[in-house]
Design a protein around this ligand. Structure first.
Ligand code: AVJ
Length: 331
C-alpha cells in the first residue's frame, strides 16, 4: 500500500486533495496473461475503460436499447426530495467509479449543502478530468480525488472524510460486473469507509425478459460491439501485444441460471498472438469472456448486501420495472 497523499498543487489545481494509491500496470500484465491462460479464457471488464473505452461507454448510454443509464438518471431526478430528506444536510459524498457526470450532478443538486465530494476511480486521467469539471460547476464544494482500484481493499487517511454523515454513491449497476461473492467483497470495501448508519446509494439492475437484456448488450448501431472489441486494442497498446482485433466479433447472451448477461469475444478464425513474451492461440469459434452484468431481484440484492454489513432502507423502481436505485444503511 502506498501513502501518496499529495498537495493540491501536485494535482495542478484547486482540488481539496488528490490521493494516488497508484494502481499498477504490472498488475494488468499479470491479470491479462492469467486470464488468457485460463480455460475458458477471460478478461476483467475494468480494462475496457481507457479514453476511447470511456467514450464508447458514454455512447452506449445513448443507444435506445440500453435502458440502464437513462432509467437510473430519471429515477435519481424523481427521488431528489426524498433522498435529501433521508440523507440530511452536510453529507460527505464518496463516489465509486467517478465520471458518471450527470448522475453525480443530479445527486449533488438534490442534497442539502453537501459538505465534500470525493471521487474514487482507477483511471487517473478520467478521475482528475471529471473532478475538475465538477469543480468548475460547483466552485464552493470541496472536491477530492482518490485514484485507486476499489475492487481491492484500500486505505485512505481516516481524517479525510471528516465527521459528517457519509453517503457512498455507487451508480450504474457497476456492482453487477462482479460475481456475487466478489460483489460482497466490493461492498465490504465500501462499508469499511463508512460508520454505522452512514448510507450507500446504489444502482442495481433488475432481472427481466431475455430479449430486452440481450438487445441492451448488443445494440443495432454496434456501439456495444465496438466497446467490447476495444478491450483488445487496450491490451495491444498498454501491453504492447499483437492481437488481431479484426478476427474477433462481439457476442452478448443472458445466462439465466447465473442471472447475468455475459459478453464474449468470439474468434472468427484460428488466431495466435503474443503478450509480454507469452504465446496465446484460439481455435476458430473459441471465446474470451469479457464481462458479466449480474441482474438481481429486490430480495436477492438484500441478501447479498446483508453479507457486507448493509440493510435496506428504501428502494425506488421505475414504472417499467427495469432498474432499481437503493438506499442502504451501514449496520
Ligand atoms: C457500466 C458495468 C454498468 O454492465 O451494464 C454496458 C457496462 N457493458 N454495456 C453494464 C456495459 C456493456 C455496464 N456497467
Amino acid at each position: 500500500m502506498t501513502d501518496a497523499a499529495s498537495s493540491p498543487d501536485q494535482a495542478g489545481d484547486d482540488l481539496a486533495f488528490f490521493i494516488d494509491l497508484e494502481p499498477q500496470d504490472s498488475d494488468m500484465m499479470a491479470e491479462v496473461v492469467e486470464g488468457l491462460s485460463a480455460t475458458p479464457k477471460g478478461l476483467s471488464p475494468k480494462y475496457f475503460y481507457d479514453q476511447r473505452g470511456s467514450e464508447l461507454f458514454d455512447r452506449i448510454t445513448m443507444v435506445p436499447e440500453y435502458y440502464v443509464g437513462r432509467t437510473e438518471i430519471a429515477l435519481l431526478r424523481q427521488i431528489g426530495a426524498e433522498l435529501a430528506a433521508d440523507i440530511g444536510p452536510d453529507a460527505t459524498v464518496i463516489e465509486y467509479g467517478s465520471g458518471a457526470s450527470v448522475k453525480i450532478r443530479t445527486l449533488l443538486d438534490a442534497l442539502e449543502k453537501p459538505h465534500l465530494y470525493a471521487g474514487v476511480d482507477i483511471s487517473r486521467t478520467f478521475l482528475l478530468e471529471s473532478c475538475r469539471a465538477l469543480k468548475a460547476d460547483y466552485p464552493d464544494l470541496p472536491i477530492g480525488a482518490i485514484c485507486a482500484d476499489f475492487t481491492r481493499p484500500f486505505e485512505i487517511p481516516a481524517e479525510l472524510f471528516g465527521d459528517h454523515w457519509r453517503l457512498a454513491f455507487f451508480p450504474g449497476s457497476t456492482i453487477g460486473n462482479f460475481t456475487p461473492d466478489q460483489a460482497v467483497d466490493v461492498l465490504k470495501a465500501i462499508r469499511s469507509e463508512l460508520r454505522p448508519d452512514d448510507s450507500l446509494l446504489i444502482g442495481v439492475d433488475l432481472k427481466k425478459d431475455r430479449d430486452v437484456l440481450e438487445r441492451a448488450y448488443d445494440d443495432s448501431q454496434g456501439v456495444t460491439a465496438a466497446f467490447n472489441l476495444n478491450v483488445l486494442h487496450v491490451i495491444n497498446r498498454v501491453l504492447q501485444a499483437d492481437i488481431p482485433v479484426e478476427n474477433f466479433s462481439h457476442r452478448a447472451v443472458y445466462n439465466e441460471e447465473k442471472g447475468r448477461v455475459e459478453m464474449h469475444l468470439v474468434a472468427e478464425e484460428a488466431v495466435s498472438f503474443t503478450i509480454g513474451g507469452h504465446d496465446f492461440s484460439l481455435e476458430k469459434g473459441e471465446t474470451i469472456h469479457t464481462e458479466n452484468s449480474h441482474k438481481y431481484s429486490e430480495e436477492e440484492f438484500n441478501a447479498l448486501a446483508a453479507r457486507a454489513g448493509f440493510k435496506p432502507h428504501r428502494i425506488w423502481i421505475d414504472d417499467n420495472r427495469l432498474f432499481s436505485v437503493r438506499l442502504m444503511r451501514a449496520v
